[in-house]
Design a protein around this ligand. Structure first.
Ligand code: C5P
Length: 236
């Protein structure tokens, strides 16, 4: 069954802790990106682990191979479940990331970012990339798979063609989920919970629709209900 990851994009530690407490056993996975990491430090990851939560460290490493290898090694020492690297960093960098994980003796999953869900075709062209967004994503996913990464971050909109090509064990992590189906804020390639599940997402990453809600528990319950309904729908 697909899992919900709540993205803790806040620099207010009290509100982060209140949210985690309020959501209790409803949520197992939390995503820690640069905002909470810089505001609270790595002790926050230890705090999450101690409270029984799983951590997805989303720092999207993109650097020379040596730097990425050591960054991944030290991240894995923090006892995290998953972390991200940019596939655009190239095969040597991706192999260095895997080597860093292996040296740390952990089984942290390394997930490659294809193209940010905040990108549209216009931004792809602006960045000087050739061709359609989908063909760029497919090429990056191929590189991640061939290099031996555990999965990719993509928008749920791309799952239809990605799922056809890669085995079930290759994880697909989808941000840009908007529970009510409306596109908003800075995300461009958005999808609903139901569509993402039907098309084969393994993890749904949801931040602002939960953390900015007056009733985050209710939003999470609704998302989990939709995950369940659509998982059952898939097999019938
Ligand atoms: O608030 P929202 O639900 O848009 O949060 C999505 C989270 O997923 C953000 O923390 C963002 O950094 C992250 N993310 C993303 N697109 C990617 C990779 C990560 O939106 N391709």
């Amino acid at each position: 069954m697909a899992e919900l990851i709540v993205s803790l994009d806040t620099d207010d530690r009290k509100s982060a802790e209140n949210l985690i407490e309020k959501l209790g056993t409803l949520v197992e996975y939390y995503k820690i990106g640069p905002i909470p990491l810089l505001a609270f430090g790595t002790q926050f990851i230890e705090y999450l682990s101690k409270t029984g939560k799983k951590v997805f460290l989303d720092l999207k490493f993109f650097d020379i191979p040596n730097t990425v290898e050591m960054a991944v090694y030290n991240s894995c020492k923090l006892n995290i479940s998953m972390l991200t690297v940019h596939i655009l960093g190239g095969k040597k960098m991706l192999k260095a990331a895997i080597s860093g994980r292996n040296k740390s003796d952990s089984n942290t999953k390394i997930i490659g970012v294809t193209i940010l869900t905040s990108f549209s075709q216009e931004e792809i062209e602006e960045a000087g990339m050739q061709g359609e967004i989908d063909s760029n994503i497919l090429r990056l996913a191929d590189i991640a798979f061939e290099t031996g990464l555990d999965g990719i971050v993509c928008s749920a909109k791309e799952l239809r063609f990605l799922r056809k090509k890669f085995p079930q064990s290759f994880l697909m992590v989808c941000p840009g989920i908007r529970p009510d189906g409306t596109s908003c804020d800075d995300q461009k390639r958005t999808s609903t919970v139901g569509q993402a599940i039907k098309d084969g997402a393994d993890f749904l990453v949801v931040g602002r629709p939960i953390i900015e809600s007056n009733n985050p528990g209710e939003v999470v319950r609704q998302i989990k209900k939709e995950i369940m309904e659509n998982e059952y729908g898939k097999s019938t």
